[in-house]
Design a protein around this ligand. Sequence first.
Ligand code: 16G
Length: 273
Amino acid sequence: MGIDKSSFMPLYYQIANNLRRDIKKGKYQPNTALPSEYQLMAQYGVSRGTVRDAIKMLLAEGLVTRQRGRGSFVTSPKIEQSLLKLLSFTELMQSQGKTPSAKVIVSKVLHSPSDDTEKSKMAEVAHALRLSLQERILFIERLRLGDEEPLVIERSYFPASMLEALLEYDIEHESIYTIMENELDIKLGHAEQSIEAKVSDNIESEILQISPGSPMLLIKRLAYAVAGEPVEYAEDLYRADRLKLRISTKRSLPHSRESDSESLHMIKPDLQG
Ligand code: 16G
């Protein structure tokens, strides 16, 4: 479709609309290049600045990324996660038709903290897991990938008394939740979650292969076994450009009992901080 140069709608805006529609229709497939700036200038009879403004809009919407010297590439659709289901990363990937995998960064039982930062982190985790400061905590940090694309850094803490056996499994290739439920007989019941924005630091950027300062979603999860005891406290860093969270809500009066109980998990002290 062409553009209407007499329209009140700016030219870059019309070009962005056309490109967006073509991406949605599948004319330009994920991971393939958009026409070059010169091709778009010739196609629409506009200046380079106008084409660049159109591309900038699509960049801001996350529909394309720029690769230096190679042009603009269509991104794959975001991974969609419903906040109503307690899913493992493996199940989330499978629900999107992607193959999950993992790279273990750290897996160890935490002993005495080496500095004050580590000490306060361990105290925070022990509090969330309802453990005393003397009890041992198993820490597992993994990079999770979907179809080989780095998506999440998972930092999970487990009560070592219940889950130290995880160290004997191949957690690069097996799902931790499946091991817990099928091998260790710990059935998961529910989880409290909170979501915050964060920008990536140098180490996180290197692991996730993104530029330092990129937006991320920090999802904290406190998962409970059906019997009611907390079994995992996790702090997961998702690439914000690759994940979309979905939830359906129901209208209820501001101060009704129902709305209070539904929002309880948002203020649960265990997940604060
Ligand atoms: C999800 C969980 C994480 C859990 C992992 C298990 C969130 C925010 N996090 O990433 O806490 O450890 O799944 O995945 O949902 P796995 O069973 O595939 O190893």
